[in-house]
Design a protein around this ligand. Structure first.
Ligand code: UT7
Length: 338
């Protein structure tokens, strides 16, 4: 049902997550494997980032394939059929194609013939941007059932000769079904989104867009891959994640002590620890799986959310805080009561 409801219904609806799913490729790339590829050590990668291994998609696998697997699990838990989806939102910077959107490809594969479809480009904040858009459409009365995905195949835009970046990234997908509820004070209580394009050059892919199309010369230089000024990004990430968390908590009228579980974007264990410290949250209340997957950009929060739910770290009535930061820069947060 995607017709606009009468305005008298507006603001009566809440948005709840009724199912989650995640999927990562089978192939594991360990720090020991990377030691054979670039000048690095397991010790450097572990102490500087917290990463021990990451998953890598095979040559044939694209973002829609990982999305499809994660979505099947989320839909099974939510007990919904593809035709019930009103909207598919995919946060990704590694789409199947530049045209059409990955959401279109997935819609066809799912048979979600009643769904509107779009991709969201917000890098590591992509899932939270999607969640916030889903919440807004549900609040407005426009849609009832929305699929939000974060998916990346970063291995295909990583320069495997650049030790500054190639040790950090991994592939995967996470999905959530967001649905209308009339229960008070349950579901997504608040979201916050922000961005700062003035810092775009600190984390970007220099060529391949309309500013600088691909040429043989720039491909030979490796400019089609991710470039990052790691330590500058690090500082902004800690500041912005604290700010985003604080703002969503304020909007939800909830204190940091009331949060049962913090699920931060998994980019670097030191960023996660610094964010938790600034929010005065003990690490026992922080979900960490960066050791297994590395930085999967927009997929990191929905994979972590799914693992946290399936492993019993989130129980009915719990309050969870999600917070992300990424290229753009973009950052955002969400407070959810289960
Ligand atoms: O997903 C959202 C956006 N991304 C992030 O939030 C990531 C933010 N940044 C980071 O996580 C960290 O900055 C890194 C993990 C990328 C790097 O850690 P760092 O403590 O900031 O190290 P650094 O960049 O200051 O580099 C320190 C040294 C350099 O050597 P010199 O110049 O001090 O001699 C690098 O060349 O470490 C060297 N280095 C490496 N050494 C071994 C850089 N990469 C490697 C490597 N192995 N893989």
């Amino acid at each position: 049902m995607s017709d606009f409801e009468s305005t008298e219904h507006n603001n009566r609806f809440g948005a709840v997550i009724t199912g989650t799913g995640s999927f990562t490729p089978e192939k594991v790339l360990t720090n020991a494997d990377l030691e054979k590829m670039v000048e690095t050590t397991d010790e450097w990668i572990t102490t500087r980032s917290g990463i021990k291994e990451r998953r890598i998609a095979d040559k044939e696998t694209a973002a829609s394939d990982l999305s499809f697997e994660a979505t099947k699990k989320a839909m099974a838990e939510a007990k919904i059929k593809p035709e019930e989806l009103d909207l598919i939102l995919i946060g990704t910077v590694t789409p199947d194609y530049l045209l059409p959107s990955t959401a279109c490809i997935l819609q066809d594969r799912l048979g979600a013939k009643n769904a509107a479809v779009m991709d969201i480009v917000a890098a590591c904040s992509g899932f939270l941007y999607g969640l916030s858009v889903a919440q807004a459409f549900i609040y407005s009365g426009k849609y009832k059932t929305i699929l939000v995905i974060g998916v990346e195949v970063l291995s295909k835009i990583t320069n495997w000769n650049d030790r500054n970046t190639c040790v950090l990234f991994g592939d995967g997908a996470g999905a959530a079904i967001v649905q209308r509820t009339q229960e008070n004070n349950k579901g997504i209580l608040a979201t916050y989104l922000c961005g700062d394009g003035s810092l775009a050059n600190l984390l970007h892919i220099p060529v391949g867009g309309t500013r600088t199309p691909l040429t043989k010369e720039n491909i030979d230089k490796g400019d089609q891959y991710i470039k990052m000024e790691g330590s500058e990004v690090f500082k902004s990430a800690v500041r912005s994640m604290e700010d985003a968390a604080t703002r969503a908590l304020k909007e939800a009228n909830i204190s940091a002590e009331q949060i049962d579980l913090l699920i931060p974007h998994q980019a670097n264990i030191r960023i996660i620890e610094a964010t938790a410290k600034r929010l005065k949250m003990p690490m026992e209340k922080v979900f960490v799986n960066i050791d297994k997957y590395g930085n999967t950009s927009s997929a990191s929060i929905p994979i972590a959310l799914d693992e946290a739910r399936k492993s019993g770290r989130i129980k009915p009535g719990d309050i969870t805080l999600l917070v992300a930061f990424g290229a753009g820069f973009t950052w955002g947060s969400a407070v959810i009561r289960w």
